[in-house]
Design a protein around this ligand. Structure first.
Ligand code: ZN
Length: 240
């Protein structure tokens, strides 16, 4: 089986289209680590696609915020505005579908999908200690995660912990444990504005972390035309 693994699409249709075109022919199934919506201008289009295209998906914090009427105290003002806009913009059917998304971890064959970390869907795995702790709480020896919008990976062979950069090709055979972030499709934050995704060939035991340029200007214009905060469009250009 060959998987296309995506995360943090954030209602960015232009970025998603570019990823699908770039990865065409390289996978049989698509998996998603959450945050289909929030920030971007095309939540319905992205969910219409997700409903028919994803084999497995876990919810992200922005999916939760767009689906439910929970208070948004813990969001910053810009994220709050976009969550309220997303709630109003989603069709009834798409909002119900979003509400029904499972929280992670979600097992796919012998690996897991999570949004934040194996222990907590809202936890950010960023610092070395975050990963060292997360490895102790894994259900399988391989997990894909999102949430940080930073493409990369960490491995642990029982002794040594090691980080892997954006763009790396990973050999996940053997006994090492892996936490792999495919990167954000719709809002990268590592100063590289290109959309991130991963290809996982199970038979070969290979994961490739990929980037592809997309029409950032069109995605930014859609955000402005929707009346969403200008900063949400600008950050796409900067990759922040
Ligand atoms: Zn996100």
């Amino acid at each position: 089986m060959r998987y296309l693994i995506v995360s943090d699409i954030h209602a960015n249709w232009q970025a998603l289209e570019a990823v699908l075109a770039d990865a065409a022919g390289e996978y049989e199934q698509i998996l998603c680590c959450g945050d289909l919506v929030g920030y971007g201008a095309d939540p319905n289009r992205v969910i219409d696609w997700a409903r028919t295209s994803l084999t497995e998906v876990v919810r992200g914090n922005h999916d939760r915020a767009g689906a439910f009427d929970d208070d948004l105290e813990w969001f910053n003002p810009t994220a709050r505005r976009s969550a309220v806009w997303t709630r109003k913009t989603l069709t009834v059917e798409n909002r119900e579908w979003l509400k029904a998304l499972p929280s992670g971890p979600r097992a796919v064959a012998d690996f897991d999908l999570v949004h934040g970390s194996p222990l907590d869907e809202d936890e950010y795995l960023v610092r070395p200690d975050d990963f060292k702790d997360a490895f102790l709480h894994m259900f399988h020896r391989l997990a894909f995660f999102g949430h940080t919008h930073l493409q990369g990976a960490w491995s642990w062979d029982g002794g040594r912990h090691r980080p892997w950069e954006s763009g790396a090709s990973l050999d996940v055979r053997g006994n090492a444990a892996w936490l792999i972030n495919p990167g954000a499709v719709g809002q990268p934050r590592d100063l590289d504005p290109r959309a991130g995704y991963a290809l996982f060939d199970v038979r070969l035991g290979e994961v490739h972390l990929k980037r592809v340029a997309y029409d950032v200007t069109a995605a930014r214009h859609a955000i402005l035309a929707a009346g969403l905060p200008r900063s949400l469009g600008n950050r796409l250009i900067e990759g922040t």
